[in-house]
Design a protein around this ligand. Structure first.
Ligand code: CA
Length: 225
């Protein structure tokens, strides 16, 4: 997990860096808002820890500028005191959560982990032991990687966004291929077979089911008798 810490106080920055590294984070520190903003824009981090009171550009501005630049990395803000106004301002500027100084390191960690989990929930789809990672475009079943082509991935993503729904060939043509069904009569069935071979073969329970005469369904294990 890569974390960018934006904190001007050397002692606090050192403490955070050491503590977070001990927890397995790979830590980068920026000591002012401008550097923090630049680093946060140019490089990819899993989470940002952002102090509000910084020399030059303050934490609120950094958060706002990052969001304006379409950087969606979760931000945990460090507010200097227990002031409702500051918390509201922090959340308004695009931070996802805040911790008030002085804080217990355990609380900070718990908040960071909660934010990371939330971010993961948004970027991953899961049905049973089948997991689709939308950011890295990777699929695993039972922890084993499943190699899919781009089109297979898109098809599986569509199924995973509509679990336990009957999807007709017409719907799949339109939503996944963006073409009319006439052009694709056999193509859909061929791709479903590819997916089955990669996702369900030698594995239980089977997830992709044929609904005779109607279409296909990705059945969640809980719904299977
Ligand atoms: Ca500060």
């Amino acid at each position: 997990m890569r974390i960018l810490v934006i904190e001007d106080e050397q002692k606090m920055a050192d403490l955070l860096k050491r503590g977070l590294e001990e927890e397995g984070f790979s830590v980068e520190v920026a000591y002012d808002g401008d550097t923090g903003l630049k680093t946060g824009k140019e490089r990819k981090f899993d989470i940002l820890l952002l102090d509000v009171t910084l020399p030059g550009m303050d934490g609120f501005t950094v958060a706002r500028e990052l969001r304006a630049a379409n950087i969606k990395t979760p931000i945990l803000m460090l507010t200097a005191r227990d002031s409702t106004d500051m918390k509201v301002q922090g959340l308004d500027s695009g931070a996802d959560d805040y911790v008030t100084k002085p804080f217990a390191f355990a609380e900070l960690l718990a908040r960071l982990r909660a934010l990371l989990r939330r971010a993961e929930d948004i970027t991953k789809l899961q049905i049973g032991d089948l997991v689709l990672d939308l950011i890295h475009r990777k699929v695993t079943r039972g922890g084993e990687e499943v190699q899919l082509t781009g089109k297979e991935f898109n098809l599986l993503e569509f199924f995973m966004r509509h679990p336990d729904e009957i999807l007709s060939r017409e719907t799949l043509s339109e939503k996944v291929w963006h073409e009319t069904f006439d052009a694709l009569t056999n193509v859909i069935d061929v791709y479903i077979n590819y997916l089955r071979n990669k996702v369900d073969r030698n594995r239980e329970p089977k997830l992709i089911h044929t609904i005779r005469g109607v279409g296909y369904m990705l059945k969640t294990p809980e719904k299977q008798a």
